[in-house]
Design a protein around this ligand. Structure first.
Ligand SMILES: Cc1cc2nc3c(=O)[nH]c(=O)nc-3n(C[C@H](O)[C@H](O)[C@H](O)COP(=O)(O)OP(=O)(O)OC[C@H]3O[C@@H](n4cnc5c(N)ncnc54)[C@H](O)[C@@H]3O)c2cc1C
Length: 459
């Protein structure tokens, strides 16, 4: 330990916010928590524009315990703080589009299930779906917001027991307001540019500079440095520890998305199990819907659409998917610069997919009509780790490349690389990071999410 008590979190996306939230609630918490973000506003990154789909068990084995734990935490947080109204939390039915000519076994959600137990995925076929009696449904029983497809059918692949949705920006805003109420200090337009060591050779402080040039560089002493800067985490690590041989392998995977409204989704969907003893999500008055589609002749990627409630409880549909390849769009210096990179062609493709999946059904043999109202368009970047699972780890001092004389001092942590699952895994990540920073064993086993030391692997 150093002689100070500042925990510094670099990055104010959902991962940084969740760490601060749980650390500030930790029983042994007596530290001053600071969040530094390079952008002038928070939530201009993945956490502000993501889809907000939550799953209990769609994860590779290394992240399975964290996934299950985090899913439960989302439900508990919503039940405790009325997340159903405040951030649109609701259990979700999940439909997958099955084109008649798709190769056997191909499913829309396949890219998200990579590494997951296929036995579990197959089990999802058993879920039924019940609309409330007063809700409009299509001839095939699907909710009326979904367009019946010729040459393809809709299958329910998961239900409210194991999937849910949130409006991620609203959830982040809730976490932010709670942590600020608990004294966490937020510093915008600031990045860390180096560490300093004290007379005993221990890491003792961070050097910080303004990204808008408005203030002089400063130094802040600290006991813990948490790198939680999403796709920017490898850059932050290289800046702080330029001589380290450790590679933080997180790529930036761009994703465009569109939010729109449909004349067939104007009221929240009622949860038929609301108030029923022993039923999952019995506290939720409403449910949400997700649809996943495999690549087809119409689109080369796997679109996903989520019918959810916005922050004011108004129905809206989010559509996105893995619609950019990894090299197509470079990560900008600041999250706020992403807006300038929005590609109109990608947005047009998304709108076309939205119309085909949820537009007004055309007459026999004709395409669906576009009667949708676009609310917003966005581009953000998924922090995709090379291993396919998040990196949640302490970095040993020997790996930092600071020389053998630096053996202790402030601890350095990484919490990043959550890829397409950072909203779902956020609350669990916050708890286990808070456990470790406070010196406790993590509540769930995350040993498989540590990084390999380049020094240890050479021995
Ligand atoms: C299109 C799309 C849809 C998605 N849908 C879902 C979904 O349905 N469900 C789900 O679970 N996940 C989803 N995700 C994934 C999820 O959004 C991310 O995994 C998650 O938001 C990552 O959070 P983060 O806090 O690590 O990073 P970010 O949200 O990217 O936040 C990183 C922060 O670090 C800041 N920063 C950058 N540089 C520095 C620096 N030098 N110093 C300090 N701060 C810095 C940035 O300004 C930013 O505020 C989706 C992602 C995309 C792109």
């Amino acid at each position: 330990m150093t002689d100070n008590n500042n925990v510094v979190i670099l990055g104010g996306g959902i991962i940084g916010l969740s760490i601060a939230y749980h650390l500030s609630h930790s029983p042994s918490h007596n530290q001053q928590i600071h969040i530094f973000d390079a952008a002038e506003r928070l939530l201009e990154s993945a956490s502000g524009y993501a889809g907000g789909f939550l799953a209990r068990d769609w994860f590779p084995e290394q992240a399975a315990a964290l996934g299950d734990f985090s899913f439960e935490l989302h439900r508990q947080l919503a039940d405790k703080h009325n997340g159903q109204e405040r951030w649109g939390y609701a259990g979700s039915h999940v439909y997958s589009l099955a084109p008649d000519d798709a190769p056997a076994g191909t499913r829309g959600e396949d890219w998200l299930l990579a590494g997951t137990s296929r036995a579990q995925a197959a089990g999802r076929q058993a879920y039924g779906h019940v609309s409330a009696p007063e809700e409009k449904v299509n001839e095939d029983g699907t909710p009326a917001w979904m367009t019946p497809q010729s040459g393809a059918s809709w299958n329910v692949v998961a239900g409210v027991e194991d999937c849910a949705q949130v409006e991620p920006r609203k959830l982040c805003e809730f976490l932010l307001s709670e942590i600020q109420r608990r004294g966490v200090q937020l510093h915008l337009s600031t990045r860390a540019i180096g560490v300093t060591t004290n007379a005993n050779g221990k890491i003792s402080a961070l050097r910080l500079e303004a990204t808008n040039g408005l203030t002089e560089p400063t130094v802040l002493s600290c006991s813990d440095i948490v790198l939680a800067a999403g796709c920017w985490t490898p850059r932050v690590y290289k800046t702080l520890f330029p001589r380290s041989r450790l590679e933080v392998e997180i790529d930036a995977l761009a994703g465009h998305s569109v939010i729109y409204r449909s004349p067939r989704y104007t009221k929240p969907f009622l949860n038929v199990a609301s108030g029923q003893e022993g039923k999952a999500h019995s506290k939720d008055k409403h449910i949400s819907y997700a649809i996943y589609c495999p690549p087809t002749k119409t689109w080369s990627y796997s679109p996903e659409a989520y019918a959810r409630l916005d922050g004011d409880g108004k129905p809206e549909i989010w559509i996105g998917g893995l619609n950019n390849n990894s090299t197509e769009l470079p990560l900008p210096e600041l999250a706020t610069d992403s807006k300038k990179l929005v590609n109109k062609e990608r947005i047009t493709e998304l709108r076309q997919a939205a119309v085909q999946l949820t537009g007004l059904k055309g007459q026999e043999g004709t395409a669906a009509e576009d009667d949708l109202e676009i609310v917003s368009e966005a581009l953000c970047f998924r922090p995709a780790s090379k291993s396919g699972v998040p990196i949640i780890t302490e970095v040993p001092h020997k790996d930092l490349g600071l020389g053998s004389h630096v053996t202790a001092g402030a601890k350095v942590w990484i919490a990043g690389g959550h890829g397409p699952w950072g909203i779902s895994l956020s609350l669990g990540t916050g708890v286990v990071m808070s456990d470790m920073i406070s010196g406790r064993e993590p509540t769930v086993d995350i040993s498989a999410l540590r990084m390999q030391s380049p020094i240890a692997s050479k021995l």
